[in-house]
Structures are given as C-alpha cells and as structure tokens.
Design a protein around this ligand. Structure first.
Ligand code: HAM
Length: 414
C-alpha cells in the first residue's frame, strides 16, 4: 500500500468540516473589518522568500521545498504567505488603490520540519495583511481581530506576547551590541548559538539550553534601545490594546522566525500545545515591499496555524450534515427513476442521496437511518408510485412521482 508522506495535516472529511468552521469565522470577522480574500499560488520564485523572509532564517536555510523548474529557474513551495501577498500587491498594482489594502487568506503552506503534534510539513494558515498604513491603529486592530478569531473558535490561548523591534537601523546597532555581549560570554553558550553569533544573534534568546538562557537574562534588550518615533508608535499600540481590554505581556525576547519585521511583533501562545506553543502571530513589516523592489510601503499582518487552533479549540462543533431525502430502490429496474428523483430533489434545493451500493430494501432503510435522512422515497414498487416515508414519525404514504418533492418541501405534510 502506498502511504502519504509523514507530516501532512488531517485530510479526512471530519477535519475538513472543522476547518470549514475556521474559514467561516475568519470570513465573518475579517470581512466585517474590510479584509478581502486573496489566493496566491502554492509555487513561487525561490528568490521571493530568500529576499523577503531572509537568508539567515531557519525557514530559508533549511525548511523550504525548493526545486528547479527544468529551465534553470529555482522555485519553492510557499513556506508562508506574507511575501507572496506583497509580491501580488506589487505585481497587480494594488499600491494604486486606496490604502491600506486589506487582504486575508486561508491556504496550505509547506515547511520541511520534523513532524510532531502541531507541526507538519504541509499545514493550513489563516492570515491577514494590511498593506499601506503606518498607523498604530492598524497594528492594534489586527491584534484585536486575531484575538476575536481565537475567542470565536474557543481556542484556548494563555498569553499574548508583544514587543517592538524598532527600525532596521536601530536593530543593526542593537545586533552589534548583542554580538559583542555574546562574544564576551562565548564559552557559556550552546554550540548552536555560538555558531550563529554573526548570522543571527537574536536567535540566542530562543535557545533551550539552560546555560545559554541564564546568560541571556542579562543580555541587552532591544526594547530599551528603540528610537523615540518607534517608542511612541509602540506606546500607541499598547494604549489601544489596553482600551480594548486585551491583556498582553511585554516580551523583549520575542523573536519571530522571519527577518522582515519592524516595530510591532506579537504572538498568541497556548501552553497546551507544548513545544509548538505559537498559535498565531505576526507584526509590522514596513521594509518588505521595498525589499521586493516596490515603493516604501508600511504594512502589518498575522497568520495563525489552523491545525494548532483546532488542537486547542473548545466546543468546536461543525454543523450537522443534513440529508433531506434518501432515494431507495425497490427493485433494480427503478434505477433510472430513482436517479431522476434524486437529481430533481437537488435542483429543488434539497440534500438528496441515492442508493449506490446495491443493498436490500431493508439494508437501504437501515442506511438511510444511519445517515440521518429525514425522508426516504422508495421507487420501484411495481405500481409506478413512490412510497415516501417520514423517518421521524414512521408514517408512510404512496404518492405519484411528481408529488414527492412538493410534499417534502411542504415540510413533510404528506
Ligand atoms: P509564523 O509564525 O512562521 O508566521 O507562522 C504563523 C503560524 O503558522 C504559527 O503561529 C503556527 O501556528 C503556524 N505554523 C507555522 N509552522 C507550522 C508547521 N510546520 N505546522 C503547523 N503549523 C505551523 C508567518 O508565517 C508570518 N507569515 C505571519 C505574518 C503575517 N506576519 C506578518 N503577516
């Protein structure tokens, strides 16, 4: 038997139904705030992520599914949605529209990570991006929208981690300061951290190693180095969140795994998820569009992992699937009449299923009961009439074929 590769999301219909609930909630909450859905392709130019997400990030260094298209062009299965949305924004001239352009997506993404609970190689993300606004209200509004989505789905989240990364210039100066600090403590650091002092010193805050963590407690913090404009922007985001009653923890060690962030960054976490505690997160990325050869354009957004949300969602009950009518066949010769009745029922807006497995009449009635059919129409009684059985009352009547659907539409009064 050929098996699927390890590490894909749950593919079965029950999971699809749960994802649909996420989709409906996202649609409701985001479209009420003016976000419109966008679908970008699963395959993009590798350079988009190398440049956009950053050469030094784990995602680009080791988690991308990259291949040659046969013509010498390197392509990659999208590991995230922000860079593709920005690419689409530029490619389709959305900078000429009224700003900000507010977009959301629900798509699959691909990262070559070791699969475990809450971490897959192909997974779903719902995301929202507001491109073209520097206002702190945009940051705060997006955070509120994500909180509403999580709460609306009953996703248990324990903390909202919040920080500001400032501008690239502040960050560059700070990185140098941090590098000097790390070099001064080199022999107390885990090897992995030591090897990446030059490439990505901020990741030292993420280390699991106990000694490294102890060193990092005294490390200089970026939040203390913000320039006045960034500090003011961050203060306004916080004031708006306070007004909205959203509690958060200032976390100067919040390092997101993507390089494009500037100013605000945030992440909702759920302890129940264990090591993969991030349910959803994002931040401002004021430099990304320019990095992709566009005009300087401020932007902010987030993405939340659908599987992770579903793992910790409380009472997330997909709507019951309805079956208004099951068309049973009294004898094989009735196939064409049954086929036609099911088709007509669907045209009339009913959920109708036809017997497809060659069961006995008794077996068909049992099956209709199991799938929760409201009515069963038995065609092929030999007299050209149809027996319509109300599965709730048990009542059964003989009707002419053209009277069956009107009777069901009347609510079952036979
Ligand atoms: P991210 O933090 O890399 O951000 O991913 C967002 C969410 O996707 C995570 O919080 C997690 O729930 C889920 N996720 C990530 N990797 C996996 C995986 N291997 N398996 C299952 N779930 C996963 C971004 O992707 C940014 N594009 C977010 C953003 C949007 N920033 C600004 N705009």
């Amino acid at each position: 038997m050929i098996q699927a590769p390890r590490g894909t999301f749950d593919i079965l219909p029950e999971s699809a139904a749960r994802r649909k609930v996420v989709e409906e909630q996202a649609e409701k909450i985001l479209s009420a705030a003016g976000y419109r859905r966008i679908e970008t392709p699963a395959i993009e130019a590798t350079e988009l992520f190398a440049r956009g997400v950053g050469e030094g990030t784990d995602i680009v260094r080791k988690e991308m599914y990259t291949f040659d298209d046969g013509g010498g062009r390197s392509l990659t299965l999208r590991p995230e949605g922000t860079a593709p949305v920005c690419r689409a924004y530029l490619e389709h001239g959305m900078h000429k529209l009224a700003q900000p352009v507010k977009l959301w997506y629900l798509s699959t993404f691909f990262r070559s990570e070791a699969p475990q609970r809450g971490r897959y190689r192909q997974f779903w993300q719902v995301g929202a991006e507001a491109i073209g606004s520097p206002a702190p209200e945009t940051d705060a509004e997006l955070i509120v929208l994500l909180a509403e989505l999580l709460d609306g789905l009953g996703v248990r989240h324990d903390r909202l981690r919040l920080a500001s990364l400032g501008t690239p210039a502040t960050r560059a100066e700070y990185r140098e300061e941090l590098r000097r600090f790390l070099r001064a403590h080199e022999d107390e650091l885990a090897e992995e951290v030591r090897n990446r002092i030059d490439l990505n010193p901020l990741r030292a805050f993420d280390a699991d190693d106990r000694r490294t963590r102890a060193v990092m407690r005294d490390a200089p913090k970026l939040l203390d180095r913000l320039d006045p404009a960034d500090a003011e922007h961050f203060a306004q985001v916080r004031a708006l969140l306070d007004d909205a009653g959203i509690s958060y923890e200032l976390d100067p060690t919040l390092v997101r795994g993507l390089d494009y962030y500037t100013r605000t960054v945030f992440e909702f976490t759920s302890d129940e998820l264990g090591a993969q505690s991030g349910v959803g997160g994002g931040g401002r990325y004021d430099g990304l569009i320019e990095l992709l050869d566009g005009p300087a354009t401020p932007a902010v957004g987030w993405a939340a992992g659908v599987e992770r949300m579903l793992l910790v969602a409380r009472d997330l009950a997909p709507r019951a699937e309805l079956v208004d009518l099951f068309v049973a066949l009294g004898q094989r010769e009735a196939t064409r009449a049954g086929f036609e009745l099911a088709r007509e029922a669907r045209r009339a807006g009913l959920q109708a299923q036809l017997e497809l497995a060659g069961r006995s009449l008794k077996g068909q009635l049992k099956h209709a009961d199991r799938i929760g059919a409201r009515f069963v129409a038995i065609v092929g009684n030999g007299n050209g009439r149809v027996s319509l059985k109300d599965m709730e009352s048990g009542e059964q009547r003989e009707l002419g074929p053209s009277d069956v659907i009107p009777a069901i539409l009347r609510g079952g009064r036979l």
